[in-house]
Design a protein around this ligand. Sequence first.
Ligand code: B4P
Length: 210
Amino acid sequence: MTQTDVQAQTASLAAAGVRMLIIGPPGSGKGTQAARISERLGIVAISTGDIFRANVKERTPLGIEAKSYMDAGDFVPDSVTNNMVRERLAQADVAGGFLLDGYPRTTAQVEELDAILAAGSTSLDLVLQLTADHEELVRRLLSRAAEEGRTDDNESVIRHRLDLYTQQTSAVVKEYAGRGILVEVDGIGAIDEVTDRVMAAMARVIERQA
Ligand code: B4P
């Protein structure tokens, strides 16, 4: 596919108001690529991690509840996370498409998302999986720890988050692969290079679906 084809497909993805999610282990570049996809496609990016962190910062009841789980690298309980996403997806700005970043992370969250979307007579168009090997992920997150000081970016918590991804979130990836809407992209390389791969892969999927 040429660069022009990719640009044309990106424009049609934008026009279609794509509903998608980005999934990958901690440090794979989800948040980084989500911001770029959201800008290029003009769809709203919703990061559950960012919403939790904003609540922790503001010391809201949700933030107080989420903080201990996040600091330990554990998942915030499904009931809390699901309610938060349900409320967010009820807002008007998702009507033109959305990109969920970091949700769903468990099979119970997949079921909840299915129910939320079915209630609005919609469904997901595609799921983008970013991959990278564990040692690269640990290296990136330790480097972020040095720059940003996130409380969950220390080595033992990082390794726990990676284990949780393998134990719980890989089942989510398998579920979407079974539905035929998963596209896997190599997350190793310069950020711009990964973005180019992401846009080309998404264009290919949408072309297949057309
Ligand atoms: P998240 O905010 O989702 O944290 P994350 O998995 O570390 O991903 P993030 O998006 O921040 O990092 P990225 O890979 O882009 O979740 C944090 C916590 O919130 C969870 O542990 C959990 O407690 C809670 N939570 C969130 N969602 C939940 C849910 N659904 N259910 C239950 N609990 C939930 O980037 C990492 C670093 O790599 C960055 O510094 C970036 O600059 C760098 N990077 C990115 N791409 C790179 C590249 N190509 N090369 C080099 N570096 C790169």
